[in-house]
Design a protein around this ligand. Structure first.
Ligand code: HC1
Length: 577
């Protein structure tokens, strides 16, 4: 243990503890900006500086390891002035539009300025000026708001293995962007939105679809039938935007809020998660019988799909041809549901609520059209939905619960757990087991593939004499490890689930920003949200996709059987190298 003094208080900490963490154990929160606990240290913003006895310059507390006998001042006059100067300099090179900024109220720079007591701007004169890159389907890059903390660069490289972002230029022309400052959509970006999640300001944002949804809701009901459908992970996180504890399940309140906002039908993407499992489990069984390359790779996460297309095109034949549940759901709304209601698909407007920024890009892919129009008309993130609910004036926490509409609103617990890493695998194996053995697994919970932290998870299951080796990865840097092993022929996997975002969709780039002082990719946050989904699953009597009565009816009345010609036409897709 190391003994040191912080602000005169003696403290013992394990060797290797940073000054920032040591201060935290005393209840002193040193301000910071570039620091992110799940990313490598950058130490470039200098906001976390402290004074150390014997040094005539300040040290960055995030990057300084405590030593024996060290004496640290976290709030001396010198430090307070230095920190304040740093924040003032950042602000003076920043647009003056806080009141109209998307991050107003949840901006780390704004919060710091308030905390430091910065009430005026001192330095007028030259300021950086850059055009906004807002032509992309999913991600908007606004370099004017960038404070060069480098979190986006680190998450894109260290967590996602994409390395699309870097710093260019010097001085006032320093800017973060893709190679040659190409537009995001023309770069190596896979649209996952993790840069949006970790950005402390509004330098990266999702493409806003709220105005188009308000517009659709404003049409006379005789002209537009506006349908909304919600992803599994929304119900585990939406409450956080209204002050509820992290991981509070809010399915019923969410449905009531959407009904009050005026949607004509409220469906659940979980229904199509069950349907995906029906198609994907049959695809797996076919491949086990020699009908295609193994391992089969899951295909529901669009950031992952884009990653495969860009970086591992040689593995495209391994990818399941199943559309994502979101795209299956939208297709069914404009075909099956339209037919049942006697509606022209052109008069139906489909809004998907997603935890994922890349879903906007997925909806805009040219293969997802029906009669020349996109099957999904708008994709709003959990954050955008929360903003719309607030803008409507709905007091969310006081809402009563209500249920989804039918026929696309019933789901099994297998559909719910899609939102957590390992969930698709577990759901698929519940159904594959039934198809191979004729009965449901005694224990429906495959705990070996559960767990939201970064490691790759593997399991071996034997079903009707067949041994299946399966693996799960979340975060694309982890996916790379699995894919390289597959390419080298080292591992004999049959099914691999990959989700682009760390922890799976529950930690998607469109989920509510955690309160200031806590961070995205926080394991407690991911565990709490995953727990919410697993508790919804275990509380249901319907826990397997193949037992979903409305999915069975869909096959009986409309699709025929899994992998039928019609199912292929409507529910499957292709990929582009
Ligand atoms: Fe996901 Fe999926 S689970 S991709 O993570 O397969 O976004 O929640 O909607 O489509 O069902 C996201 C979540 C989501 C799809 C499903």
């Amino acid at each position: 243990m190391i003994s040191l003094k912080i602000d005169g208080e003696p403290i013992l900490v394990p060797a290797g503890t940073t000054v920032m963490d040591a201060a935290e154990t005393l209840g002193i929160h040193i301000p910071r900006l570039c620091y992110h606990p799940e990313l490598s240290l950058e130490g470039n913003c200098r906001v976390c500086v402290v004074q150390v006895e014997g040094f005539d310059h300040c040290l960055a507390s995030c990057a300084t390891t405590a030593w024996e006998g060290m004496e640290v001042q976290t709030n001396s006059p010198v430090i307070r002035e230095a920190r304040r100067d740093i924040v003032e300099l950042l602000l003076d090179n920043h647009p003056k539009d806080c009141q109209t900024c998307d991050r107003d109220g949840i901006c780390e720079l704004q919060n710091l300025a308030y905390r430091m007591g910065v009430r005026e701007r001192h330095f007028e004169g030259r300021r950086k000026q850059f055009p906004i890159d807002d032509a992309g389907a999913s991600v908007v890059r606004n370099a004017e708001k960038c404070i060069l903390c480098g979190r986006c660069i680190r998450v894109c490289g260290e967590v996602q293995g994409v390395f699309n972002l870097s710093q260019h230029g010097r001085g006032f022309t320093t800017v973060v962007g893709p190679a040659n400052l190409a537009p995001m959509d023309e770069s190596a970006c896979i649209q996952c939105g993790q840069c949006v999640s970790v950005c402390p300001t509004a330098a990266f944002l999702e493409q806003d679809h709220t105005e188009r949804v308000w517009k659709a809701l404003g049409f006379p009901r005789t002209e537009k039938h506006v349908v909304v459908t919600t992803a599994p992970a929304i119900r585990a996180a939406l409450g956080e935007a209204f002050g509820l504890p992290m991981g509070t399940p809010v399915t019923g309140k969410m449905v009531t809020a959407l009904r009050r906002m005026g949607f004509d039908a409220i469906f659940d993407v979980n229904f199509s998660a069950d349907l995906t499992i029906m198609e994907e489990a049959h695809e797996l069984l076919n491949r086990l019988d020699g009908g295609g390359p193994l391992p089969l790779l899951t295909s529901c996460s669009p950031g992952w799909v884009s990653f495969l297309e860009k970086f591992y095109p040689e593995l495209i034949p391994h990818m399941s041809s199943c559309k994502s549940p979101m795209q299956m759901q939208s297709t069914l709304i404009k075909t099956y549901y339209a037919q049942q209601k006697g509606l022209d698909p052109k008069d139906i407007y489909v809004v998907s609520v997603m935890p994922c920024v890349a879903k906007k890009f997925e909806a805009a892919r040219p293969e997802h059209v029906l009669d020349g129009s996109p099957t999904t008309d708008a994709v709003i993130t959990t954050r955008e939905l929360a903003q719309m609910i607030k803008s409507y004036g709905i007091d969310f926490t006081r809402l009563p619960d209500s249920d989804f509409d039918h026929p696309l609103g019933t789901s099994s617990g297998a559909g719910d757990i899609f939102g957590a890493t390992g969930g698709v695998m577990e759901a698929a194996l519940r159904t594959a087991a039934f198809k191979l053995t004729g009965k449901n697994l005694g224990n429906l919970e495959l705990t070996e593939v559960r767990g939201v932290t970064g490691e790759i998870r593997e399991a071996t299951v034997t079903l009707a004499g067949k041994t299946l080796n399966v693996a799960v990865a979340n975060g694309l840097q982890n996916a790379k490890i699995l894919l390289e092993a597959v390419k080298r022929g080292e591992k004999d996997y049959h099914l691999i689930e990959i989700m682009a975002c760390p922890g799976g969709c529950i930690c998607g780039g469109g989920q509510p920003y955690p309160p200031i002082g806590t961070y995205t990719m926080n394991h407690d946050l991911a565990r709490a949200r995953a727990k919410a989904l697993y508790s919804i699953d275990s509380a249901k009597t319907l826990r397997c996709s193949h037992d979903n009565p409305d999915v069975q009816k869909l096959y009986a009345d409309f699709l025929g059987e899994p992998l039928s010609h019609r199912a292929h036409e409507l529910l499957h897709t292709h990929y582009t190298a």
